[in-house]
Design a protein around this ligand. Structure first.
Ligand SMILES: [Zn+2]
Length: 82
């Protein structure tokens, strides 16, 4: 049976969902919610695109839009020339 999760619950579970650490039943609940909720689906897509190292460093799910400039800046940073 599929439980109805709130958006807040889905966002809280998203890190484990993306890292495939959820119990099968919870995973099904999250997938069901993502199928029916556009904003959470968009958030999950942005979240998947966020490099895992950034997710682990921040420890909490954050809006992908707030991480994107951070990632762009980190990627642009070049090693110093010798
Ligand atoms: Zn939602």
């Amino acid at each position: 049976m599929i439980r109805t999760l709130t958006c807040r619950q889905v966002i809280a579970a998203l890190m484990d969902y993306v890292d495939d650490r959820l119990a099968a039943s919870t995973r099904r609940d999250v997938e069901h919610h993502l199928k029916t909720c556009g904003p959470c689906r968009d958030f999950a897509q942005g979240y998947r695109a966020t490099p895992g190292v950034v997710r682990r460093a921040t420890g909490v799910p954050r809006a992908a839009s707030s991480l994107r400039p951070l990632c762009a800046r980190a990627l642009k940073r070049q090693p110093p020339r010798s």
